[in-house]
Ligand binder design. Sequence first.
Ligand SMILES: Nc1ncnc2c1ncn2[C@@H]1O[C@H](COP(=O)(O)OP(=O)(O)O)[C@@H](O)[C@H]1O
Ligand SMILES: [Mg+2]
Length: 306
Amino acid sequence: MTAPLVASALPLPLARRGKVREVYEIEADTLLLVASDRVSAFDVVLREPVPHKGAVLTQLSAFWFERLASVISSHFLSADADEIIARVPTLEPVRPTLTGRAMLVRRTTPVPFECVVRGYLSGSAWAEYRRSGTLAGEPMPQGLSESARLDPPIFSPATKAEVGHDENVTVAHVVRALGRSQADQLQQASLALYEAGREHAARRGIIIADTKFEFGTSSDGRLLVIDEILTPDSSRFWPADRYEPGKSQPSFDKQPLRDYLAGLKQQGEWDGNAPPPPLPAEVVRATSERYLKAYELITGKPLEIG
Ligand SMILES: Nc1ncnc2c1ncn2[C@@H]1O[C@H](COP(=O)(O)OP(=O)(O)O)[C@@H](O)[C@H]1O
Ligand SMILES: [Mg+2]
């Protein structure tokens, strides 16, 4: 079994360390993304790694990139350790770190907006609607309840904040920043990817309530979908059999973690800020199991644990 990983340290130039991934440079046009097992809840990164989480994110993204390639091209090149090592033989000694969790991708210049699509009214969208009756600045019908299904789904972009929270912006803001043509392309691709993804997941018992896509421009000028796609970290996954509008829904993967931390907060044992409290092994195990279950439900087969 691949050991849980808090942070990778590969013998390659590090381009970026994100909340979950390390990004390494391979060649001018190629990057290696390594998804760690770090997990965050209530905006703090927990100390304990969640076994197999990184592999679930990487292999689920690979599944979707291949399945949705007819909607738009992606940065995906390979998520197979043998193929990656054949391409970069110096990585042979760190094979165990790569297995399952590494993805070779085409390097792009990222578009500076998060392309969020909402098919259900939740999170910051529910907060905006309750406050002003709008979503992404556009008026919405009155009387929608929390977690209501939105038909059609709504494109609701956000800035990419380096620190703190991403900020929701209007489509008009994206048009001003990027021009009408690219803004339209982003909106159309995001809605088409989401529609295809939600339809597939629904048949497997998972509601993808909302999700965030990232796009980038390749060196030959093409717009590609990048980063991770339709994973439990970039989306709200809800168990369909427990869906009940009018309240917040249990989140498929992080619920054991959220319940535990919410309990500590309620008892005044944690103030909600870093440093986070230690997690009981049982909470870590239950969370890992949920990630694996989400992978299995969506792809129709268990994760191959290398
Ligand atoms: N093909 C790509 N080209 C350039 N940057 C990419 C590509 N794919 C992903 N990235 C970037 O790599 C980083 C992935 O690390 P992650 O831990 O997800 O970061 P974050 O904390 O920003 O969510 C993100 O900053 C993402 O924008
Ligand atoms: Mg990310």
